[in-house]
Design a protein around this ligand. Structure first.
Ligand SMILES: Nc1ncnc2c1ncn2[C@@H]1O[C@H](COP(=O)(O)OP(=O)(O)OP(=O)(O)O)[C@@H](O)[C@H]1O
Ligand SMILES: [Mg+2]
Length: 408
């Protein structure tokens, strides 16, 4: 479904439903819950989606997050009806939609390429599907006006797509989907084609629009920050599986696996074994008490995760003695404006990232530089244990993320 933004590659409206066609302007009814039960999708001998179970609540902003090729679009296409599962069930609003074509489902999809008709005005673009479905003129006018107002483009209604910015064009694509009154809106990297600043602005607007409309959004992205900002819940996917499904805070603060820890934020994984129900032993011999160890059997391998902003760095001798810590050597120091990012090697294969807020210039000047021997400390409750993912830790998910290398 990719294509030039100014030429509809396929007619998106042809595949899109007219849910609740008889309803008066702007009203949506019913529940937009989506359930996947053991859904798999195979392409020949390749499995793109494996035994996926998912319960998305009505009105939820639900995000599927994961690296390229992990099966996000395939999952979305099965919900939309553009693709049929090889096995398992898709339920929308409690109804099994097996065999139901896309245009009969109460879903609409917004793609990365907005595929607007270049020769039509915005209002003609938004009203096109309704017109083809023979909805009355007055109703079309009202519904189109409502949606253009919702996305903040009423004044531009008579313009053509080439007289709009990329972000405005994507808002038209959104209005064109919402005008069909779907119960579930499926969005596949809708902001992917936009530059960073525009993306940020539209993230906030999209979230606001979702709150206003109150329908279920199933949102696909490989951008962890976008997922954390917008979602009620996030399913972190890897190789066709969901590794964790939880609210943004849980996914960030208490990742379930090494993959999730690395994909969301900076991984900072230290290999360890559970040395008892209330204690782990890091590979460098340090014992750290933690109730988290109860999730592992004694002797089982695990990884301790500590987020970069939760670590403190001090020269040997100045470090607090009442906190767990590890020794290391500063490998690099990067000034980021609001913070300084240090890479500290604590073992041959383990490098930890530390983020030190730039609270004052004086403190920043005092930070040890490259080559300095330091001790990293943390308070025990900021350490969280994760199990190794079946596929190992994440590799660099985004250009900005910095993932601990070589922890195996
Ligand atoms: N029609 C197809 N035939 C064969 N393989 C396919 C087909 N569609 C998708 N795949 C494969 O399935 C896997 C998942 O693809 P999918 O498009 O769902 O990934 P994605 O998570 O959306 O990735 P991206 O972030 O790059 O869009 C990929 O390895 C892809 O090559
Ligand atoms: Mg995709």
């Amino acid at each position: 479904m990719e294509g030039s933004p100014d030429l509809p590659p396929t007619d998106p409206e042809a595949d899109q439903p007219e849910a609740n066609a008889g309803n008066s302007a702007g009203s949506r009814s019913g529940s937009g819950g989506v359930n996947l039960e053991g859904v798999s999708k195979r392409f020949g001998d390749f499995t793109a989606v494996r035994e996926m179970d998912l319960d998305i609540a009505d009105g939820e902003f639900f995000t599927m997050l994961g690296p390229s090729g992990c099966g996000k679009t395939t999952t979305l296409r099965m919900i939309a009806g553009f693709e049929q599962p090889s096995s398992g069930k898709v339920l929308i609003d409690g109804t099994d939609v097996a065999g139901q074509p896309a245009y009969k489902r109460p879903t609409n999809t917004v793609f990365q390429s907005y595929a607007l008709f270049p020769h039509m005005t915005l209002e003609e673009n938004v009203g096109f599907g309704l017109k083809r479905k023979k909805v009355g003129k007055a109703e079309i006018k009202q519904r189109v006006a409502n949606e253009l107002e919702r996305v903040g483009l009423s004044r531009e209604a008579k313009r053509k797509p080439n007289q709009l910015s990329g972000g405005q064009q994507q808002r038209v694509a959104l209005a064109r989907a919402l005008v069909n009154l779907p119960k579930v809106l499926l969005l596949d990297e809708p902001l992917g084609a936009l530059d960073l600043k525009l993306r940020k602005g539209l993230q906030v607007q999209l979230k606001q629009i979702q709150r206003d409309v109150g329908i279920t959004f199933v949102y696909v992205t490989h951008d962890q920050e976008e997922a954390l900002t917008m979602s009620d819940r996030i399913a972190v996917m890897n190789e066709g599986r969901i590794e964790q499904c939880a609210d943004p805070e849980t996914v960030y603060e208490r990742p379930a696996t090494t993959f999730v820890a690395g994909f969301i934020g900076v991984s900072n994984l230290m290999p360890a074994v559970a040395s008892g129900p209330n204690e782990i032993k890091l590979d460098n011999g340090t014992s750290v008490p933690t109730p988290d160890a109860a999730r592992f059997s004694t002797g089982e391998k695990c990884f301790a995760v500590i987020r970069p902003e939760k670590l403190t760095v001090a020269l040997e001798g100045d470090a607090p003695s009442d906190q767990p810590g590890v020794d290391g050597v500063i490998e690099s120091s990067l000034y980021l404006g609001t913070a300084t990012q240090l890479a500290v090697r604590v073992a041959d294969a383990v490098s930890m990232t530390v983020l030190v807020p730039n609270a004052s210039e004086e403190e920043r000047q005092r930070l040890p530089g490259g080559g300095a021997k330091v001790r990293l400390n943390w308070v025990p409750e900021h350490m969280h244990l994760v199990a190794e993912s079946p596929s190992g830790p994440a590799t660099d998910p985004t250009p900005t993320a910095n993932v601990t290398e070589g922890v195996k």
